[in-house]
Design a protein around this ligand. Structure first.
Ligand code: SF4
Length: 92
């Protein structure tokens, strides 16, 4: 047997470096068609939601609002054509 074969079949485990955990989770963004954005009045931001407290820009459900604020949604849309839609949004 060759040395390489024996080495490959041996039970010696080489310690591997683990990938560090991400600091923040990624936000999935949805593609919005430009014709839909222009044609319809879409409720896409926290400012359109009943759970939004405008005085301090927080969500009464305790969700992070940073990605769903109107200014950030519009910036994201104009740059990439995508928005981070909130699954818990409620409109009156
Ligand atoms: S439920 Fe979603 S859209 Fe509504 S305020 Fe909270 S984070 Fe914003």
């Amino acid at each position: 047997m060759s040395y390489v074969y024996e080495l490959s079949m041996s039970e010696v485990k080489i310690p591997r470096k683990k990938t560090p955990k991400r600091v923040t989770s990624t936000m999935k963004k949805e593609v919005i068609q430009a014709c839909d954005y222009l044609q319809y009045t879409l409720p896409f931001s926290c400012e359109d939601c009943t759970h939004f407290s405008a005085s301090n820009e927080t969500c009464t459900l305790g969700l992070p609002t940073e990605h769903h604020l109107k200014r950030n949604q519009e910036k994201s849309y104009f740059l990439s054509g995508k928005m981070a839609l909130c699954r818990f949004q409620e409109i009156d």
